[in-house]
Design a protein around this ligand. Structure first.
Ligand code: TYM
Length: 329
């Protein structure tokens, strides 16, 4: 039995990228492993949300986790800011995290250019906080999408460095995990890049059918193939990637054949894609709308999750403090 952990930033709604990159794996893993899933609300502070939005997005992510199939009876579900052991481990790990490696991190470089007016220290040390999230439960498997691969590599470096400095074999070296072996990257609808909360190219699990239809119909394509078996350009390949995750193999084959013999009409492809996304998201959206109203249940889930997460986190932190040399007078 592995210790599994994963988290999602509490910024905006969950989208198809989050679901197919990460949540789908969480839902399977909770059946047979010791699983910790949390809402990364400290991480979301790097973009300075307004106080009223911070709680709203955290609640929304909790509701969407539950609606997607996370079962609080089978896993430990909690909010990062309820576990004070996480920021303490973050502080300790920061002492052995170096400016050069943090500055070289791809997501830091991206954020630096995207929010040039707000390059705060939290952005720089984002991977250290993420390592603290994982190492606080000594997790070994982390179900995430391809975009988190480098953060996991940094976590392994921090873990190995801690073990080396103190001459212990304490932290495991956690790996990014996906059932289908390769990590997933779900593309956005704007022709290039990944689907993301801040990219404005996402289909959210909570989107109403008409919103989904509008977004899909507006997706970028090209002028269509002119020779048989033509190589697909990025925007069209992206639509097929989405089709593969929500539609049946027959549907995928049908449109692939039409593309290959140049008879494809992108309007038909988009209509089918929108229908299949709506079929997939409708039961989740219904659950989201019901759970949103049940504050008593949500409070119970979080209270329970906090107790279980703190029990595990405080054990690790006590051991880490001893290894580092903090002793009682
Ligand atoms: P976040 O909130 O950006 O994304 C949450 C999860 O969704 C996956 N994901 C995708 N997968 C495939 N295709 C996409 N287009 C796509 N977009 C998002 C991400 O890989 C991730 O698994 N830093 C993390 C949150 C975090 C965390 C952690 C994760 C904080 N601490 C500890 C794991 C372990 C983040 O910002 O994810």
């Amino acid at each position: 039995m592995e210790i599994v952990l994963s988290g999602i930033r509490s910024t905006g709604n969950l989208h198809l990228g989050n679901y197919f990159g990460a949540i789908r794996n969480f839902v399977k893993m909770q059946e047979e492993h010791t699983c910790f899933f949390f809402i990364a609300d400290f991480h979301s502070l790097t973009t300075h949300p307004a106080p009223e939005d911070l709680f709203g997005s955290t609640k929304q992510i909790l509701v969407e986790y539950l609606a997607s199939g996370l079962d609080p009876e089978k896993c430990t579900l909690y909010r990062q800011s309820d576990i004070p052991e996480i920021p303490e481990l973050y502080l300790l790990l920061n002492m052995n995290a170096y400016l050069g490696e943090l500055e070289r991190c791809t997501t830091f470089k991206e954020k630096k250019s995207r929010q040039s007016e707000n390059i705060n220290a939290g952005l720089l040390t984002y991977p250290v906080l993420m390592a603290a999230d994982i190492l606080i439960h000594r997790a070994s498997k982390v179900p995430v999408g391809k975009d988190q691969e480098q953060h996991l590599e940094m976590t392994r470096n921090f873990a190995a460095r801690f073990n080396r400095i103190y001459g212990v074999d304490y932290f495991p070296k956690p790996t990014a995990f996906n059932f289908s072996e390769q990590l997933v990257k779900i593309p956005g609808l704007n022709g290039s890049g990944k689907m993301g909360k801040s990219e404005g190219n996402a289909i959210n699990l909570a989107d109403e059918p008409e919103v989904i239809r509008k977004k899909v119909m507006k997706a970028v394509t090209d002028n269509g193939p002119t020779v048989t078996n033509q190589k697909m350009a990025e925007p069209v390949k992206n639509l097929f990637t989405l089709l593969k995750v929500v539609s049946s193999p027959e549907t995928v084959n049908f449109f692939t054949d039409k593309y290959n013999d140049c008879s494809i009409r992108y309007g038909d492809l988009k209509k089918q894609l929108a229908d299949d996304i709506i079929t997939f998201t409708t039961p989740i959206r219904k659950q989201i709308n019901e759970l949103k109203l049940d504050n008593d249940y949500l409070r119970k889930v979080i209270d329970n999750g906090t107790d279980k997460a703190r029990a595990s986190a405080s054990k690790t932190l006590k051991e880490v403090r001893e290894i580092i040399g903090f002793k009682k007078f």
